[in-house]
Ligand binder design. Structure first.
Ligand SMILES: *[C@@H]1O[C@H](CO)[C@@H](O)[C@H](O)[C@H]1NC(C)=O
Ligand SMILES: *[C@@H]1O[C@H](CO)[C@@H](O)[C@H](O)[C@H]1NC(C)=O
Length: 183
C-alpha cells in the first residue's frame, strides 16, 4: 500500500534530516474544534498569540470514556495552489497505543507533540478537565514536508460516536527567505 510506504518514508526522513527540519518554521493560521455535548461541556482551542507555532487545548469531559480512538489526517496540495490531498490518514486505538501496541508508528511522532501530557491519553479516560498547553506539533512533523500550506484534522471517537474534532491549518516557511509571508 502506497500509504504505508509513505509513512515509513516519513519516519525514515524524520530521523535522518534533522537539519532540514530545523531550517523550516511552522506557523498556524487557524485552529478550530467541535465537541459532542454529551461528552464535553466546554473546551478551548487556540493558537498562542506570542508564538504561532504553538497551540493550546483544554477540554472538560463530563463522561468517562472506556475506550477511544484518534484519527489523524494530514492534507497538503501536491503543488502550490493545487487542491489539498490526503497524505496521511490513520486511525489509532488509543488504549492499544498507550500500552505500546500501535500499528502506526507515525502516531508516535504526533503524540510526542503532546509532551508530558501524553500520559493523559491513557485508557480508561475518566471525566474531568484535560489541559494540553503549548503543543508543539512542528517539532514532530516529518522533515520531508515542503514549504507549503497544510491542514491537519485530528478527531477523537469512541466505538459509538465522535467526541472531539479538531482542525488546524498552517504553513511551513523558511525564516531566511520568506519573511514577507509572515506579515
Ligand atoms: C466529527 O467529524 C465526524 C467525521 O467527519 C462527523 O461525523 C461528526 O459529526 C463530527 N463530530 C462533531 C461533534 O461535530
Ligand atoms: C480503532 O482503531 C482500530 C485500529 O486501527 C480499528 O481496528 C478500529 O476499527 C477503530 N475503531 C473505531 C471506532 O474507529
Amino acid at each position: 500500500m502506497a500509504q504505508f510506504q509513505l509513512i515509513f518514508l516519513l519516519i525514515f526522513m524524520a530521523s535522518h534530516s534533522e537539519s532540514a527540519q530545523a531550517r523550516l518554521k511552522l506557523m498556524w493560521k487557524t485552529f478550530s474544534c467541535v465537541s459532542n455535548p454529551d461528552y464535553i461541556s466546554s473546551f478551548k482551542c487556540f493558537i498562542l498569540e506570542t508564538d504561532k507555532s504553538l497551540i493550546t487545548t483544554e477540554v472538560m469531559y463530563i463522561k468517562d470514556i472506556a475506550k477511544y480512538n484518534a484519527t489523524f489526517k494530514l492534507l497538503m496540495p501536491r503543488r502550490p495552489s493545487k487542491p489539498f490531498q490526503k497524505v496521511i490518514d490513520v486511525n489509532v486505538d488509543i488504549c492499544e497505543f498507550a500500552r505500546g501496541n500501535s500499528g502506526h508508528r507515525f502516531m508516535t511522532f504526533v503524540l510526542k507533540a503532546f509532551g508530558k501530557q501524553v500520559s493523559q491519553l491513557k485508557c480508561p479516560h475518566p471525566k474531568g478537565l484535560y489541559s494540553y498547553p503549548k503543543i508543539n506539533i512542528g517539532e514532530s512533523l516529518p522533515a520531508f514536508m515542503p514549504e507549503n500550506d497544510f491542514k491537519i484534522e485530528m478527531n477523537f471517537l469512541t466505538p459509538e460516536t465522535h467526541v472531539f474534532n479538531t482542525s488546524l491549518t498552517g504553513f511551513l516557511y523558511d525564516p531566511l527567505k520568506k519573511k514577507a509571508k509572515i506579515v
